[in-house]
Design a protein around this ligand. Structure first.
Ligand SMILES: *Cc1c(COP(=O)(O)O)cnc(C)c1O
Length: 310
């Protein structure tokens, strides 16, 4: 039995009207942890549990850490999540509410992750937030469900950070022998894939400069980068403001609250980015995210400069 739930693939009248196209939503925001991460992280935790893991150790203060905490609780295995000092109180509480231990270390994910790797002991299973084939297998079940639901998009839109979701979705498409192109969305300040594509090499961002912290990988995983030569994958970025606006508009249109990381994908539709031009039937992976609040989105809406559009 998987730890994630089957989510609906539903037609969006609001996004279809807004874009003059047919738009379907895969509602990963309905996962018990609020994001798609539970598919892959849940499967990885089950895998490690079968191989005798005594503890799961995650280095993510975001949705991957929440998914690991949830999986550990379901499987009866203790979880430690190492978060950087920047992880907000709300995220820490989400994790500790599920009885996971929280350790705070370092100024960024990079340092928290190095600390995590150094502290691993016998019986500990390290749960990587995006760079693990088992995680991709878990994420790939999104496409199994879309196919089962009889939806056949001509474009899949998703958000990309480290590339775990992208790798999983492409894996799912390939399993069903679908060559459907994928549009991978980022924000201007969290765009390691888009910049790697532009420079034709897997670059390392000097820093993340975006409120879409769930997209905040400084370098995309090698596997995700290699997929660019095997599958038709486009990239685009929106500004933080466009991502936040998309979250607020989506909240009114669908009564669903998501993070700006997910707002980047939704903004592709509302803003009708140029990369949609050739496509009429679009599936948006509503990847979700548990770390947004209406209050925070509204505060960002007020404080973000309106000139940082891409
Ligand atoms: C993790 C995450 C992403 C990015 O996924 P990657 O696998 O790192 O590319 C996007 N949106 C949300 C809400 C996430 O939690």
């Amino acid at each position: 039995m998987p730890l994630h739930v089957r989510t609906p693939t539903c037609y969006s009248l609001a996004l279809s009207r807004a874009s003059g196209r047919k738009v379907w939503l895969k509602l990963e925001s309905l996962q018990p942890t609020g994001s798609f991460k539970l598919r892959g992280i849940g499967l990885a935790c089950q895998h490690h549990a079968r191989h005798g893991a005594k503890r799961f150790v995650s280095s993510s203060g975001g949705n991957a850490g929440i998914a690991a905490a949830y999986a550990g609780r379901e499987l009866g295995i203790p979880v430690t999540v190492v978060v950087p000092e920047t992880t907000p109180a709300r995220a820490r509480r989400r994790i500790s509410d599920m009885d996971a231990e929280i350790l705070v270390h370092g100024a960024s994910w990079q340092e928290a992750n190095e600390h995590t790797l150094a502290m691993l002991g016998d019986g500990d299973a390290f749960i990587h937030p995006f760079d693990d084939p088992v995680v991709w297998s878990g994420h790939s079940t999104i496409i199994d469900e879309v196919v089962e639901d009889g939806v056949r998009p001509d474009l899949v839109v998703l958000s990309v950070g480290g590339g775990g979701l992208l790798s999983g979705v492409v894996k799912g498409l390939q399993r069903h022998e679908l060559t459907t192109p994928v549009l991978a969305m980022g924000t201007t300040g969290a765009s390691c894939l888009a910049q790697s594509v532009a420079r034709k090499e897997r670059i390392v961002l000097p820093a993340i400069d975006s409120i879409a912290t769930s997209l905040g990988a400084r370098q995309v995983a090698e596997h995700a980068f290699a997929l660019l030569s095997k599958h038709r994958i486009g990239c685009a970025v929106v500004s933080d403001l466009q991502a936040v606006d998309a979250c607020l508009r989506f909240l009114d249109d669908h009564r669903i609250l998501v993070e700006p990381a997910c707002g980047a994908s939704i903004a592709a539709i509302y803003e009708q980015v140029a990369e949609l031009a050739d496509f009429q039937n679009i599936l948006v992976i509503v990847c979700g995210g548990a770390l947004a609040s209406v209050e925070q989105l509204t505060a960002w809406r007020r404080s973000l400069p309106s000139t940082n559009a891409s």
